[in-house]
Design a protein around this ligand. Structure first.
Ligand code: ADP
Length: 397
């Protein structure tokens, strides 16, 4: 059996999986784990393998030390990259700018190009470069492949990709809509034609990735034509901790009126807004519990979230003109039946009818949740970005 190592390095964490790219999407990965609190006094490595969880707590000064330790730990448990057949490494990269339209074999030049994009994604791309350098040192003889969150949205037409701001300023500074969660929107949307029994070219669809971060995409015959995230993953839908779309003048107002610095505003809108800013929690299960306990803030947060979601669904139905399917995915989209029902409630006149029984049936596989006579089919398709990245990576092996 051959595996791909999938690496997702964040600013203070590294998520990793050893994945058999031929496996079924519902199977657990061969190995999965997380390095946390890199650079802090106490770090932690968690490794899951064959149903067992191993945890090591100790200081992890940097990404290099973290990944080295992960490899040692895997070796200890008989699943190290030298003990099993690892044929490629897939690196998740948040920002590919306009340079990268699809997965790319990593060499020194590609690393430099990803480094050049750090100003567009300061929290992410810097960490990705660190992870890549370490992983390439540790596994120098197999291909390393960068898979970009933005890649799938490379096809956005100019009218959807460009903002109505001064074009010279925009051009000089790379200001445009890049879109994110592309690996997930692509992976999920590729399964829809088969569910519909139609050729991919004939399918117009809306995909809704609702996790901690959330985004919507409009896809025409397999090609992305619009998406809710923008220059950064802050735009669009209201999310767990991010505001989504707001009047940009709120930033000027809070700077002038409340004396907030740019960094404080960045933190406010990215980490202290969305559901968390409104209700104090960002997990939808906690929000649901608060709503059951008749907490008014939680109810309002939920309504704002749903209102924003419905606006994007409406906009994309018009942008596409004809829609065959609407698909929910990610933590909230796959698990919260009430979000799905409320997002599409009262849209019978637009040919959208969710079947309450199908919608509430617990399941972990791709399924239809619309009524037999719903003109627009509604699906839940579990996402699996790691499996998608693993499949891209082994294609280079
Ligand atoms: P990320 O964007 O971090 O990858 P996920 O796609 O895993 O996130 O989604 C995480 C969110 O999914 C959690 O914050 C939680 O709100 C939500 N979630 C997970 N399971 C459930 C569930 N059973 N019911 C409702 N919401 C859930």
């Amino acid at each position: 059996m051959s595996f791909a190592l999938v690496v997702n390095s964040g600013s203070s964490s590294i998520k990793f999986q050893l994945v058999d790219p031929t496996k079924d999407a519902t199977e657990d990965p061969f190995v999965s784990g997380l390095v946390e609190q890199i650079g802090e006094e106490s770090g932690r490595i968690t490794l899951k393998h064959q149903g067992e969880k191993h945890v090591v707590e100790e200081e992890i000064p940097d990404h290099a030390a973290g990944l080295k330790h992960v490899f040692e730990l895997m070796e200890e448990h008989g699943c190290g990259p030298k003990q099993v057949d690892v044929v490629a490494v897939g690196h998740r990269v948040v920002h590919g700018g306009i340079l990268f339209s699809g997965p790319e074999l990593i060499n020194d030049e590609v690393v430099e190009m990803i480094r050049d994009l750090i100003p567009l994604a300061p929290l992410h791309n810097g960490a990705h470069v660190a992870g890549m350098e370490v992983a390439r040192d540790l596994l120098p003889d197999i291909p390393h492949v960068a898979v970009f969150d933005t890649g799938f949205f490379h096809t956005l037409p100019p009218a959807a990709a460009l903002y109505a701001i001064n074009k010279d300023v925009a051009m000089e500074n790379g200001v445009r809509r890049y879109g994110f969660h592309g690996t997930s929107h692509e992976y999920v949307s590729q399964q829809v034609p088969e569910l519909l029994g139609l050729p991919a070219e004939a399918v117009n669809q809306i995909t809704l990735h609702l996790g901690n971060g959330a985004s919507a995409a409009a896809i025409e015959g397999g090609r992305a034509v619009d998406t809710s995230m923008g220059l950064t993953p802050l735009a669009g839908l209201a999310m767990g901790t991010r505001s989504g779309d707001i009047d940009p003048s709120i930033v000027f107002h809070l700077h002038r009126q409340a004396g907030m610095s740019i960094d404080e505003l960045d933190e406010l809108l990215n980490k202290k807004s969305g559901i968390k800013g409104l209700a104090g929690v960002n997990d939808f299960r906690a929000l649901r519990k608060m709503i059951e306990d008749e907490d008014e803030d939680a109810w309002l947060a939920y309504n704002i979230y749903i209102h924003q979601l419905r606006k994007f669904i409406g906009a994309y139905m018009i942008a596409l003109g004809r829609v065959n399917a609407i698909t929910f995915t990610a933590g909230v989209g796959e698990n919260d039946a009430a979000v799905r029902a409320d997002a599409l409630a009262g849209l019978e006149a637009y040919g959208i009818k969710v079947d309450p029984e199908k919608n509430t049936q617990p399941s972990e596989v791709a399924r239809e949740i619309s009524t037999d006579d719903s003109a627009v089919k509604v699906f839940v398709v579990p996402t699996n970005e790691e499996l998608a990245i693993a499949r891209y990576a082994v294609a280079f092996a």
